[in-house]
Design a binder for this molecule. Structure first.
Ligand code: AMP
Ligand code: GLY
Length: 424
């Protein structure tokens, strides 16, 4: 079958790289794709949030499966459009994507279904919001309700900082309409992990966990980003934590979404805080994490295409369990200077083939473009995702950084400490 992958990041390149290895897959088409995906198949210049054009493309190409990368495509209703055309789609409906699209919906949903998460309250009024803080202990966690490109969370150490944040979001509309409402929630101490489960609306099968590095600079300093690197396995995510996460978070969510008439199909990404009292949900995303997906795809030993197809068709109950490489994987994100605020575009990148030539290394493209003569240039914030596996985490990290060394890109920067938490 032909598979249409929607999106243009490192996540989508990693999905394409994995799916291309499947004997079931005859061709990879990507929209809009990137030079990495172009090398695996064919790219069509349609934006990820253009549900109508994407659905028309899938029909024209007689795609056997559409795989949604970014939440924008789900929120735009791509899965709904494909459903009316009878084309299998791995990704949630618009109604199910609310789990990521509205933090207020997500928190209220968790409360209705007993999913463990931080205590919270929703406000659209600054005076009430500030009054609520009077009886709470800092730090205060203040979140814009809607999608704010990963930036809509403010952790305030003091009342004054929290009051200022509330004004900035509700009055000054720092996050635009995403901040028409805010969620204020209790601070959860602990270590974070990203966990993923494949869902068909009724059945969920666990994938594995990864840990992300959200801050831009070494030592977890600097502004929040979409993620500067990831590794898997995540040592905090023991088998016991995984079982608790499935039983207390993933399965009740799947059952609740079905009961509320929004069956969830796709990958459910639970952003977790592993607290002394067990895993608690920080957020849901309705898509793979980027760059977590890159390390997951490197460790997945089974054919992924039949699983995604079974999920799209509601047939996961009869799917074979997935097998994973025991070797750890690491990815280092190579970002453009200026990321995350104002990444500089257009700088020339050399040495990617030399990096790829190293054993156990794959360089996934994220924000790149290619000139007609093949010159590779930066074309986004997160530009490359340099991924390696190794016999142990230390070896995987060393290999990933050896590959980074081979890339000649004065316009880029990366963190030099990806994986430090796991090394202790
Ligand atoms: P989110 O966009 O909801 O994932 O939040 C971004 C980041 O803020 C998370 O990855 C956490 O590091 C932090 N965060 C969010 N909510 C909480 C919370 N309730 N307690 C502690 N840290 C949080
Ligand atoms: N790396 C976190 C995310 O994809 O949201």
């Amino acid at each position: 079958m032909k598979i249409l992958i929607v999106g243009s990041g490192g996540r989508e390149h990693a999905l394409g790289w994995k799916l291309k290895q499947s004997p079931l897959v005859s061709e990879i088409i990507a929209a809009p794709g990137n030079p990495g995906l172009a090398a695996l198949g064919r790219c069509v210049a349609i934006k990820a949030d253009d549900a109508r054009e994407l659905a028309a493309l899938a029909a024209r190409e007689q795609a056997g499966l559409v795989v949604i990368g970014p939440e924008a495509a789900a929120v735009a209703g791509l899965a709904d459009a494909l459903k009316t055309l009878g084309i299998p789609c791995f990704g949630p409906s618009k109604a199910a994507a609310e789990l990521e699209g509205s933090k207020a919906f997500m928190k209220d949903f968790c409360q209705r279904h007993g999913v463990p998460t931080a205590d919270y309250k929703v406000f659209d009024d600054a005076i009430r919001a500030k009054a609520y803080l009077a009886n709470r202990e800092p730090p205060f966690v203040i979140k814009a309700d809607g999608l704010a490109a990963g930036k809509g969370v403010i952790i305030a150490e003091t009342r004054a900082q929290a009051d200022k944040a509330i004004d900035e979001v509700l009055f000054l509309r720092k996050f635009g309409t995403a901040g028409q409402r805010i969620v204020i929630e209790d601070f959860l101490p602990g270590e974070e992990a990203s966990f993923f489960a494949i869902c068909d609306g009724e059945t969920a099968i666990p994938l594995i966990a990864a840990q992300d590095h959200k801050r831009a600079y070494d030592g977890d300093k600097g502004p929040n980003t979409g993620g500067m690197g990831a590794y898997s396995p995540a040592p905090v995510f023991t088998d016991k934590v995984r079982d608790q996460t499935m039983d207390e978070i993933i399965l009740p969510t799947l059952a609740g979404m079905k009961a509320e008439g929004r069956p969830f199909v796709g990958v459910l990404f639970a952003g977790l805080m592993i607290t002394p009292a067990g895993p608690k949900l920080i957020e849901f995303n309705v898509r793979f994490g980027d760059p977590e997906c890159q390390v997951l795809m490197r460790r997945l030993a089974s054919d992924f295409a039949p699983v995604l197809l079974a999920a799209a068709k509601g047939e996961l109950a009869s799917a074979a369990p997935l097998e994973w490489d025991a070797k750890p994987a690491v990815t280092v994100v190579y970002a453009a200077q200026g990321y995350p605020d104002e990444p500089l575009k257009g700088s020339i990148i050399r040495g990617v083939p030399e990096a790829n030539a190293l054993a156990d290394v794959v360089v996934f493209h994220a924000g790149t473009r290619e000139d007609e003569d093949g010159t590779l240039r930066a074309d986004g914030g997160r530009v490359l995702s340099v991924t390696a596996i190794g016999d142990d985490l230390k070896a995987a990290i060393a290999r990933a950084y050896a590959a980074v060394e081979r890339i000649d890109w004065p316009g880029g920067f990366c963190r030099s400490d990806i994986g430090w938490r796991a090394l202790g």
